[in-house]
Every structure is written in C-alpha cells, then in structure tokens.
Write a protein that binds this ligand. Structure first.
Ligand code: C2E
Ligand code: CA
Ligand code: CA
Ligand code: CA
Length: 279
C-alpha cells in the first residue's frame, strides 16, 4: 500500500510549485533506481599533458554516474546527486558506484587509474574507510590504482574529522584529489593541512584560458603552488588545442576534458584499457 501511494501527488496543495512536486517524485523514483538497474557509469579519460592529443598518453579514467530514468530519460548527476544526499540515499548509491567502478577497473588488462567522486555526505557521514577497504578486498583492485575525488567544501564542516578520515584513507594506499579547486571557499591553508595527492583545477578557470589573462595567471599560480606542495595538478574541462598547449607548456601534469575524450560507456574505450573486442 505504501508503494502505491508513493507516486500520488494528491497530498500537495495545487499552488505548490511544479518544481517541488517534480523533485518529490524524482526523489521517490531515485530510491528505486539502483534496484531497477537505472544507474550506470560513464568513464572519461585523464591523460598526461602533452603538446598535442597524440602526445597526451591516457593514464586513467574518472567514473561519472548516469541515471537513465524510465520516463524522463537521462537525469544529470548535478540534479540527482544533491537529491540523493538530502535523502540519505547517497550512502547506498555511493556503495554501488564505488563497487561498480572498482570492479570495472579491476577487469582491465591495462592497469589504468580509476577516479571516483565521493560526495560530502558520503565522506563525512558514512563509514567511508571501511567501505573503501572492503570494496578493494572484494574487487581485488590494487589500492594504488584508486583515486578518491572530494571537494574542499567537505572539509569545512569538520576539520579534525576530515583530516582523520583523509589520513586513514591514505593509509589504505589510495590517493586523494581535491576536486573543483578554486570553485568554492578555497583556502590555501587547506592545501597545507590536508594530505592531498592531487589538485583538480576547476573547469571555470580552464574555460577562460585565452579569453581572460586573470585565468591564465590563476592556473599558472595553482600549478606552481601545487608543485611546491608536491601535489600533482590536473586541469579539467579542456576543450581546445589552445588550452592543451597552454597547460602543457605551463607544466600541468594531467588533463581531462572533451578535447581528449567525453564521458562514455567503457566499451567506447576498450582499446585504451587493453580489451580488443567490444563487450
Ligand atoms: P565533476 O566531478 O567536476 O565532473 C566533471 C564534470 O564535467 C562531468 O559532468 C563531466 O561530464 C563534465 N566535463 C568533462 N569534461 C568537460 C569539458 O571539456 N567541457 C565541459 N563543459 N564539461 C566537461 P557530469 O558527469 O555531469 O558530472 C557533474 C558533477 O556531478 C561532477 O562534477 C560530480 O561533482 C558529480 N558526480 C558525477 N558522478 C558522480 C558520482 O558518481 N558520485 C558523486 N558523489 N558525484 C558525482
Ligand atoms: Ca570529479
Ligand atoms: Ca571536478
Ligand atoms: Ca565540477
């Protein structure tokens, strides 16, 4: 009975904003999405920076969640990840994502890196250390092939807990990247305090390279800063040859973006992961 009434919108006042109603229904659907096999992962290549695409060797992939809703079609992670966070569904969803990404990467003949996004709720409220540990054991993925991407916002909430968690994760042998660097309340003290292996420069700065000299100055400064702290630098959202040339000239370690490859089902990248035939 509970199931049946779930799809009903009669309890809402007619003046209720359509958006809120949509959200409510989407919410209910999301709880079924994992069970119904509607979630999947796309993979986007990350390459060591070279002057050209040909000179930029793919070293790994970022796993990006996709939800194919039966009625609405594709729902963007920008929309459903925040919903999943609010409802607590992110914990279950995060387990699925991490397991699926590790299982997939463990099956590749070429041992590429795999980067997985951890949402703030997943990081701060779930038992993320045991989760990562058990999934590594279960899938047999070597810990040094796994990279966890977290945003700086996560750490603002509770500095001490954040630091303790990062240290315990690193003790497992996985790497940690600071995602979307520069997009939030970036604080340089965070870079000093937290043991990141990598900084991902937010695509907003990369997008404006060539258009505005401030972005070039910031990107240059982040590369130097990161290197000074012995972190490696990845630029995201690389869409043009000009951006790639600039980043490669400036010594940015790695690049990711449509210019090198869009997020795609893994079958699209079979050759890169060492599988000859399509699955
Ligand atoms: P993000 O971690 O910053 O991921 C990069 C986003 O930029 C992806 O969007 C990707 O498709 C897009 N992108 C990559 N290259 C380019 C480019 O050259 N140009 C442009 N314009 N965009 C590019 P996507 O897949 O829609 O994901 C959006 C955000 O949703 C991600 O941002 C991440 O924060 C979150 N997300 C995605 N998958 C997961 C997941 O599995 N778990 C969690 N917790 N969050 C996820
Ligand atoms: Ca990311
Ligand atoms: Ca990012
Ligand atoms: Ca982003």
């Amino acid at each position: 009975a509970k199931q049946k009434s779930r799809g009903s919108i009669s309890i809402f006042a007619p003046e209720m904003d359509q958006q809120i109603r949509d959200r409510r229904v989407l919410h209910q659907d999301l709880s079924m999405a994992i069970r119904n096999g509607e979630l999947s992962l796309h993979y986007q290549p990350q390459a060591a920076s070279g002057a050209t695409i040909a000179a930029s060797k793919v070293i790994g992939f970022e796993a990006l969640a996709r939800w194919m809703h039966p009625m609405r079609g594709f729902v963007s992670p920008g929309e459903f990840i925040p919903l999943a966070e609010e409802s607590g569904l992110i914990v279950e969803m995060g387990v699925w994502i991490l397991r699926e990404a590790c299982r997939e990467a463990a099956s590749w003949p070429v041992p590429m890196q795999i980067a997985v996004n951890l949402s703030p709720a997943q990081f701060m409220h779930g038992d993320v250390v045991s989760l990562v540990h058990s999934i590594l054991l279960e899938t047999g993925l070597a810990p040094d092939r796994l990279e966890l991407e977290i945003t700086e916002g996560v750490l603002i909430e509770d500095f001490d807990r954040g630091l303790a968690l990062l240290r315990r994760l690193k003790a497992l042998g996985v790497r940690i990247s600071m995602d979307d660097f520069g997009s939030g309340y970036s604080s340089l003290s965070y870079l000093q305090a937290f043991p990141f292996d990598k900084i991902k420069i937010d695509r907003a700065f990369v997008m404006n390279l060539g258009r505005n000299p401030q972005s070039a100055a910031i990107v240059r400064a982040v590369i130097d800063l990161g290197h000074g702290l012995e972190m490696s630098i990845v630029a995201e959202g690389v869409e043009t040859q000009e951006q790639l040339s600039f980043l490669s000239d400036e010594g940015c370690d790695a690049v990711q973006g449509y210019f090198l490859g869009k997020p795609q089902p893994i079958g699209h990248y079979d050759a890169l992961v060492g599988r000859s035939a399509a699955k």
